[in-house]
Design a protein around this ligand. Structure first.
Ligand code: SF4
Ligand code: F3S
Length: 266
């Protein structure tokens, strides 16, 4: 990897909460400093770049022109399709037009977070802006999905390093997610699984079973139907993950989780 020239990367934000950028800033394997300064040449990122206004837009256009078919693109946030894409624009271009231009000319596009992958929270019923993920907005682009709310930055850096090392994306599942990170069910690697097998369930938040770390299935945990490496990779330098924190999994890396999770019903 040391001998590979640092490829350019552009990071686009559409209908997002910036959570994936926040996750990136807290990455540990490698750190964001190593990623930005040693592994990649990040030519455009609306949140962390020093450039602004016309200079920033010129940087983006230059990268697309000079590295046609060779740069990596990361997309954070969903793309509004209704009214010809009128619900979002940056630099005078709609998100839809920008996605088609930048993702369409990239070597590969990494959709980070559930919004860029599947539409996410902005696509929640009745989906007023017609929000969709990159794959649906730009058919024909080479896209890999890293859903999660937010995505795990370790999985992002693993995809980037895999692409730089082998010149191609890793193997994907039927939702366009890399199998190395989304190939196993959360339920099968969960530290509370022995309690599930023993029939020891939390029945109310804060009850004795909750304090003892028993299984959260009866509290709506979606671990049995969610594929992600959260129990093994964890977050924030592998300190914790939702189930370890006592909350249960809401299935945030699965399509439609925003409309199906009981944790968001009144
Ligand atoms: Fe499965 Fe959730 Fe129970 Fe863990 S807490 S064993 S993921 S149901
Ligand atoms: Fe999301 Fe469930 Fe992991 S809520 S972060 S997929 S534990």
């Amino acid at each position: 990897l040391d001998k590979v020239q640092r490829p350019p990367l552009v990071w686009l934000e559409f209908q997002d909460c910036c959570g994936d950028t926040e996750a990136l800033l807290r990455s540990a394997n490698p750190t964001v400093g190593e990623l930005v300064l040693d592994i990649l040449s990040v030519d455009y990122h609306e949140t962390i770049m020093a450039a602004a206004g016309h200079q920033a837009e010129a940087n983006l256009e230059k990268t697309i022109k000079e590295f046609q078919g060779k740069y990596l693109c990361v997309v954070e946030g969903s793309i509004p399709m209704k009214e010809g894409g009128a619900y979002g624009c940056v630099g005078g271009k709609s998100h839809l037009a920008r996605a088609k231009q930048v993702c369409g000319s990239a070597a590969a596009t990494i959709a980070v977070g559930t919004c860029a992958s599947f539409g996410g929270i902005p696509a929640a019923a009745p989906n007023p802006t017609g929000a969709v993920g990159v794959k649906e907005a730009v058919p024909g682009a080479t896209v890999i999905n890293l859903p999660g709310c937010p995505c795990n930055a370790d999985n992002l850096t693993a995809v980037v390093v895999h692409f730089l090392t082998f010149g191609k994306l890793p193997s994907l599942d039927s939702h366009g997610r890399p199998l190395f990170a989304y190939g196993k069910r959360i339920h099968d690697n969960c530290e509370r699984r022995p309690h599930f097998d023993a029939g020891q369930y939390v029945e109310h938040w804060g009850d004795d079973a909750h304090r003892k770390g028993h299984c959260l299935y009866k509290m709506g945990c979606k671990g049995p139907a969610t594929f992600h490496n959260c129990p093994t990779q964890r977050f924030n330098e592998r300190i914790s993950w939702p189930v370890a924190a006592g909350h249960g999994c809401v299935g945030c890396s699965e399509p439609q989780f925003w409309d199906t999770s009981p944790l968001y019903r009144r």
